[in-house]
Design a protein around this ligand. Structure first.
Ligand code: NCD
Length: 318
């Protein structure tokens, strides 16, 4: 399939497990062009004028929600945010009825975050607007996987053959799952490390390397992607204490020195500084955590642009 034939127009973005390599490549390439718009003094372009986007968030978010909102606005669309805690969901409305309500207003795209795995697929089944999954429980967070790959490729020049270590709470992490699917498709080598209680028992079967000791995963790595400990998804103590976790699995400079000297440090945010990552590493020379946030905006602009237009030329003047 040539890249020319790829069109994401009208397609839901539910996860990287079901996305093809050409589709991933088109989004990464389009995000490059979008970065040019973000760097301008006046960012607004009319490309998506007349389109409407609703951010429907049932879980907390800073980066993802804000970047989808700005992404839509920079491209000229109208963007509305619905936060579950301030919506009729608190009055007992079901997800289906909330989706129907949003749909009835003629919305083109629903960007949805929900605590249940499969919620985005459900929304795609019942509602007609394009659905972009902004995180469904521990399942997937495709635009985070894409922005992480974009950041790696931007600095390292390629994804194929990179050794990427993903460290921490793999079990509860939709970021890890989207990274794993995307990186494996793009030819990277994925190494996972974390406490056994936070490692899905089936994960080896998808083609990743699983390590009990974090040091083994870090050795010679090109990229170290550190995950947040997801306390809100842990219903029982899965590791003895925060102090012990930091001591055995926390990424500090001594551990980072096991990776390649130019290895990148990444974290999707929000960070528990001092727990999964030490402050000097989080803000050190190798950290691209702030760059990830900027790239998140470019990836979300690309995703909205591609699902709404199929990738026609970007109109660059207002
Ligand atoms: C992640 C999420 O919500 O899945 N954050 C994000 O989108 N930047 C990761 C996390 O919450 O740990």
């Amino acid at each position: 399939m040539s890249k020319r034939q790829i069109s994401l127009r009208g397609k839901d973005i539910l996860g990287l497990e079901m996305m093809t390599v050409p589709e991933i490549e088109v989004i990464l390439e389009t995000a490059c062009q979008m970065k040019g718009i973000i760097d301008r003094d006046i960012k607004k372009v009319p490309t998506l004028r007349g389109k409407s986007i609703v951010n429907l968030f049932f879980e907390a978010s800073t980066r993802t929600r804000t970047s989808f909102e700005l992404a839509g606005k920079y491209l000229g669309a109208d963007v509305v945010n619905i936060t579950a805690s301030a919506s009729s969901v608190t009055k007992g409305e079901s997800l289906r009825d909330t989706l129907y309500t949003v749909e009835a207003m003629g919305v083109d795209v629903i960007v949805m975050r929900h605590e249940a795995e499969g919620a985005a697929q459900y929304a795609a089944n019942v509602a007609s607007p394009v659905i972009i999954n902004a995180g469904d429980g521990a399942h997937e967070h495709p635009t985070q996987g894409l922005l992480d790959m974009f950041t790696m490729k931007e600095v390292k020049g390629k994804l194929d053959g990179l050794k990427v270590a993903i460290v921490g709470d793999i079990f509860h992490s939709r970021v890890a799952r989207s990274n794993i699917w995307g990186l494996l498709k793009m030819g990277a080598e994925v190494h996972l490390a974390g406490p056994k209680t936070l490692m899905p028992y089936y994960i080896q079967e998808v083609g990743v390397h699983v390590h009990n000791r974090v040091e083994e995963a870090l050795e010679g790595a090109d990229v170290v992607n550190v995950l947040r400990i997801q306390r809100e998804r842990q219903h029982k103590g899965l590791f003895p204490s925060a102090r012990e976790y930091a001591r055995i699995f926390g990424i500090n400079q001594a551990r980072l020195d096991l990776a390649k000297p130019d290895a990148l440090i990444m974290h999707p945010g929000p960070m528990n500084r001092g727990l999964e990552i030490s402050p000097d590493v989080a803000y050190g020379d190798q950290s691209v955590i702030q760059e990830q946030v900027k790239n998140g905006l470019a990836i979300r602009m690309a995703a909205l642009f591609l699902v709404l237009t199929g990738g026609k030329n970007i109109e660059t003047t207002a």
